[in-house]
Design a protein around this ligand. Structure first.
Ligand code: MN
Length: 418
């Protein structure tokens, strides 16, 4: 896996998250310039892809596909156009490219740009696909004997979330109010969540529609790319509401995405086989090739006025079900999938205590608060900033995702004040 060298020096630097091998897709604005545009991260720059297309330097279809500030239109064009985009960008940006002089005016410094959601989220489904996470949570809620529900080893458990909850990294998150129930009563009260949490997840973006049930292999071909995803979760609201229909308001406050779509093609060298199957999967969900990814992930928590502390390190290969299996399962009923559908992997936890992807697990339901540089945390406090980070690491380069970050604001004093 060699580095593809670029004439943009920063893209060749060791440790750069955005080398020419990556080419992740975002939407950006620059202060005092034009409105939001499609951009590609390269080194420390953003390449104005909308501008390149209208100047005739990128040709992806017989009509413009990057005129609107979202990558949905390109997704809808299909995998051949996805490959064309990467091939043309690589040609324009690689070292000694004769097009350098005509491309240079379309570069903008990344540190001066504002980043927006890179695609319009059609619908959002969240899963529960890490065996360690499901075992930890099940043990806390139902005891070690009944930790895994009987269906868990046969289907990727999921629920339909809210596309309207999805926000881009950097958006502040207001602590929600909800119905909460104390331990020793059956009577709830209405108050700000006291057990507000993060969930470290990988988000898969569906780039093609489905017309009916699809195979795992077909599902894999339909996935456009991946982002980091923080599924903010109010555990006290969840505990009271989740039976029998699953999470509802506990998960509807916000879902934060990292700003760059890492295309599936950039992750090809990092494919790994699925973990050992505890029970064989039914044929329609069976593994048909390496569809998991080796992506190092971590969670950084920064209390207000204190240095950031890494509270968890794990890897996307810890997921039991791949996004392709989740997508295939999603269509078994005939459920139609759309361009721009977002699938959350579910919290990614590894086998060790330091690999847990939520505070619920890290503090074991609040029984063992963790220390973050001299202050303790069971759940998130007001002013805390959570940042998810991820990168697939090769010898010569890495495929970075860019941070997925959000700060917790205090609950409103009165949510019904007018
Ligand atoms: Mn989740």
């Amino acid at each position: 896996m060699p580095l593809i060298r670029s004439w943009i020096a920063a893209a060749n630097a060791p440790g750069c998250p955005f080398p020419l091998n990556n080419l992740p897709l975002g939407v950006f604005t620059h202060p005092n310039r034009y409105g939001a545009r499609c951009g590609v991260a390269i080194g420390d720059q953003i390449l104005d892809a909308t501008g390149l297309e209208s100047a005739g330097l990128l040709r992806l279809s017989d009509r413009p596909v990057l005129a609107a500030p979202s990558w949905n239109a390109l997704m809808a064009c299909g995998p051949r156009a996805w490959g064309d985009l990467r091939a043309q960008l690589t040609t324009l940006l690689q070292a000694d490219a004769p097009e350098r002089a005509s491309v240079e005016p379309f570069l903008h410094p990344m540190d001066a740009a504002d980043l927006h959601l890179p695609f319009s989220v059609a619908e959002y489904t969240d899963f529960y696909a890490s065996l360690h996470h499901a075992t930890n949570v099940g043990t806390m809620f139902r005891g070690a004997e009944n930790a895994l529900p009987p269906n868990w080893l046969h289907i990727p458990i999921g629920y339909n979330g809210r596309a309207s909850s999805v926000v881009v990294s950097g958006t502040d998150i207001r602590r929600p109010w909800g119905q909460l129930k104390g331990r020793d009563t059956q009577t709830p009260h209405f108050a700000p969540s006291a057990r507000f949490d993060l969930e470290l997840e990988l988000g898969a973006i569906v780039g093609q529609p489905s017309q009916g049930p699809i195979t795992v292999a077909e599902a894999d071909d339909m996935i456009f790319g991946y982002v980091l995803l923080n599924d903010w979760s109010a555990r006290d609201i969840q505990a009271w509401e989740y039976q029998p229909l699953g999470p509802f308001q506990a998960k509807s406050t916000a879902t934060t995405l990292s700003p760059w779509i890492v295309m599936r093609a950039a992750l090809e060298p990092f494919r790994v086989a699925a973990p050992r199957r505890v029970l064989p999967l039914l044929p329609h969900l069976a593994d048909c090739g390496p569809m998991h990814y080796d992506i190092a992930l971590d969670v950084v928590l920064e209390a207000e006025g204190r240095p950031p502390v890494t509270i968890s390190r794990t890897n996307a290969r810890e997921l039991y079900y791949s996004a392709a299996q989740q997508l295939a399962h999603h269509t078994t009923s005939g459920c139609l999938m759309r361009v721009g559908d977002l699938l959350g992997s579910g919290t990614i936890s590894g086998p060790q205590a330091g690999n847990r992807g939520s505070l619920l697990e890290l503090s074991w339901g609040g029984e063992t608060p963790i220390d973050i540089g001299g202050v303790s945390r069971s759940f998130l406090e007001d002013g805390d900033t959570v940042t998810l980070r991820g990168a697939a690491m090769a010898d010569e380069y890495q495929i970075g995702f860019g941070p997925c970050s959000g700060r917790v604001l205090p609950a409103l004093k009165d949510p019904y004040a007018r």
